[in-house]
Write a protein that binds this ligand. Structure first.
Ligand SMILES: Cc1cc2nc3c(=O)[nH]c(=O)nc-3n(C[C@H](O)[C@H](O)[C@H](O)COP(=O)(O)O)c2cc1C
Length: 167
């Protein structure tokens, strides 16, 4: 049983304290350690610490408000062209995103995954805010910071969801 996996929960409120560059580097290393289809590694990451850009990202949808109080927002994107397994880009980016969320726990940080793809309107808004060129598409927003208050993970384990051999 991994303490890190079971300690992770979505953290949407943060202390007014920046995330150190050394920790940002570790988050990026963890994200890029993810598996990807044909090992295509379609990802790019925009690391946002500029408060005006963070504010704009937080206003992208009614559900991205956690970004408004975050010192750091990471935008994972996928390249569009030149992929060997183009249909798998969202799965690749999801794996990278989960790796990043788990590394955040390891580093004493809290984070939340906020969905952007596959909704075209949201993707277009995020691309415009961060100046992403046509060849890149944003996958989600991840706001990151030192958690404010206590963090209590949910226990979601349900053995009734496990089916052996046939459903
Ligand atoms: C694809 C996806 C999209 C999500 N979008 C949002 C979002 O827009 N805003 C938000 O606050 N949380 C978002 N979440 C976080 C979920 O609400 C959260 O993971 C879920 O409630 C389970 O709680 P836990 O992460 O604490 O275990 C998203 C999670 C996933 C995987």
């Amino acid at each position: 049983m991994s303490d890190i996996i079971f300690s992770r929960t979505s953290v949407r409120e943060y202390l007014d304290k920046p995330v150190e560059q050394e920790k940002i580097d570790k988050l990026m290393r963890a994200a890029m350690a993810a598996p990807s289809a044909t090992n295509q590694q379609p990802w790019e990451f925009v690391v946002v610490t500029d408060t005006a850009v963070i504010r704009a990202l937080g206003e992208t949808t009614p559900y991205t408000k956690p970004a408004l109080g975050a010192p750091l927002v990471i935008v994972p994107l996928s390249r569009v062209g030149g992929l060997r397994a183009p249909d798998y880009w969202q799965q690749d980016l999801a794996a990278a995103t989960e790796n990043l969320l788990l590394e955040a726990v390891e580093l004493g940080l809290g984070a939340v995954w906020m969905g952007i793809a596959p909704i075209d309107e949201r993707m277009a808004k995020v691309s415009e805010i961060i100046g992403a060129p046509d060849g890149l598409r944003p996958f989600c927003l991840i706001s990151v910071g030192y958690p404010k208050g206590t963090v209590t993970p949910k226990d979601k384990y349900d053995p009734a969801r496990v089916h052996y051999n046939k459903y």
